[in-house]
Design a protein around this ligand. Structure first.
Ligand SMILES: Cc1ncc(COP(=O)(O)O)c(C=O)c1O
Length: 498
């Protein structure tokens, strides 16, 4: 995929003719593009747009919803509020450290991955490296990224092709069909990403220049969005909520495309002592053991190391047995489970919010607890993690569990609470030394150089010139913002707006 992945950021050539055509189309369809700065701080959005949004539903297919690609949507008012965050009470985690998670449910599409899709598409749109009047956007993914991509494509009036494994939840497929994407189901489950790449190559061979592949595993717009927007949301919560001697310990983030973990790059700049923990499924322990395998934590761990993962900055790997989140979705969502949690002292008002955590969110929570235990963290330590999506996307998984295991009883709930939360062990937490990181970096060779045709000199630069290579990408948001502003000026749609 050397022709369409990766290094757009370096060149920034602008194809004036295509940009002009794209702007004309946006003018016609009333499409205004938000800046990274506005996604971080919605108070920078013109008041007239904020007012308009109050009459537009969170998931509506309306171009103004591009402005809702932010952690600060207020689902009650339709406006913007503080960062959507949940602190997990100690009565639930059983550890002394405070654990917070950003809540992704209130993004349009119900998952934060729409941010990654925006981050990958917009730089090409405003430079003319993608022509929406002629080309379709292809979104290879295990689910939420291609949902985000199909959604952003619809808002920008771009044709979309979604590629995802056939075993992903039926909710994802239904939704993609409804939004009008062309959908390809590839063989296998969550961790069959090679098959997704194969489909990309096949489509490229068939359709050539009629499509552009937005490969989230290799596009720097993906982690850049998290570097800017997600890290800023976390830092804001820390500023507001840290008390006394408390300090930020680190970010725990499962890696799928390794976009979200990009927030850790910025957090390390802001809190240089902090750690970045990559979580993955124990059944597919690629980072922990160069391992492979199928698993049930939808959205993460794909038997390879994404091109955009700065392994130099990952300090710890925590592998999560998928049996934990699969049991906990029942404990957290079945009435008997909730009764047992309240009986165990978890505040009722919090228990009612537990459906804000989807399967990978619960996986992240489990990883955070494992890490808190491993490092013997105490009351002064604060961990941040991410709840990418919510149970809204996994109703079918609960139904399957009910059919396979029968009704959920309080007895079963007490057992699950003990086994899958209270007695989590730390056997699969590993601190990374220099050669552990090098081992993980080296794995990129097989996927990216041998299979996908990326440049070995660039792979070497990721390791040897890491001090320059990664920050060069992280500095791009203000550049894109200026281009977005110039693009909006071309459409003229912001003129006269307050
Ligand atoms: C539900 C879910 N959780 C976690 C992730 C992993 O996030 P990232 O791709 O940013 O590493 C994804 C990615 O698609 C996801 O869909």
């Amino acid at each position: 995929m050397a022709d369409h992945a990766g290094m757009l950021d370096e060149k920034l050539d602008v194809n004036e003719e295509i940009v002009e055509r794209t702007a004309a189309r946006c003018r016609e369809r009333d499409i205004i593009v938000p800046t990274f700065a506005q996604m971080k701080d919605p108070s920078l959005i013109p008041a007239s747009i904020r007012e308009e949004l109050k009459g537009i539903g969170l998931w509506d297919v309306h171009p103004r919803n591009l402005f809702r690609i932010t952690w600060k949507n207020d689902p009650e008012t339709g406006g913007f509020g503080g960062v959507n965050v949940l602190e997990i009470p100690r009565e639930l985690t059983g550890v002394k450290a405070r654990i917070f998670g950003l809540v992704g449910k209130w993004f349009p599409t119900g998952a934060h991955k729409v941010g990654a899709s925006f981050g990958c598409l917009v730089p090409r749109l405003v430079t003319g490296a993608f022509d929406p009047t002629r080309q379709k956007a292809v979104w290879p993914s295990t689910g939420n990224y291609c949902r985000g991509g199909a959604y952003v494509s619809r808002l920008l009036d771009v044709g979309a092709v979604a590629i995802l494994p056939e075993e992903m939840s039926p909710e994802r497929f239904r939704w993609l069909e409804e939004i009008g994407a062309e959908v390809f189901a590839t063989p296998g489950c969550e961790s069959n990403v090679k098959e997704i790449y194969d489909k990309c190559w096949e489509l490229k061979a068939e359709r050539g220049d009629d499509i552009v592949i937005f490969n989230q595993f290799a596009e720097f717009g993906n982690p850049l969005w998290h570097y800017e927007v997600t890290a800023s949301a976390i830092a804001e919560v820390l500023d507001e909520r840290l008390e006394g001697r408390e300090r930020f310990w680190g970010l725990v983030s499962a890696t799928g495309s390794a976009g979200t973990i990009g927030a850790g790059e910025r957090l390390k700049e802001l809190y240089p002592w902090s750690k970045v923990v990559a979580a993955e499924a124990l059944q597919c322990p690629t980072l922990l053991r160069n391992g492979y395998g199928g698993h049930r934590i939808e959205g993460i761990g794909d038997k390879h190391v994404p091109w955009i993962h700065n392994v130099r900055n990952t300090d710890v790997v925590a592998a999560v047995d998928d049996a934990h989140p699969m049991a906990l979705i029942r404990l957290f969502n079945e009435p008997a489970g909730r009764r047992v949690l309240v009986e165990a002292g978890v505040p009722e008002a919090f228990v009612e919010k537990l459906d804000l955590l989807g399967i990978s969110g619960i996986g992240n929570l489990v990883a955070a607890i494992q890490v808190a235990r491993y490092f013997e963290l105490d009351e002064d330590d604060v961990i941040f993690t991410i709840f990418t999506d919510s149970m809204e996307l996994y109703g079918s998984r609960l139904e399957e569990a009910r059919a396979a295991e029968g009704p959920y009883t309080e007895e079963r709930a007490r057992l699950d609470l003990a086994v899958h939360l209270r007695h989590l062990d730390t056997a699969h937490v590993a601190e990374l030394g220099h050669w552990d990181r090098r081992r993980i970096h080296n794995l990129k060779y097989f996927t990216w150089i041998e299979q996908q045709g990326m440049d070995i000199a660039e792979l070497d630069a990721q390791w040897r010139d890491w001090r320059d290579y990664w920050p060069r990408h992280w500095r791009m948001a203000p550049v894109y913002d200026r281009m977005i502003e110039a693009f909006n000026a071309r459409t003229g749609l912001l003129e006269g707006r307050g």
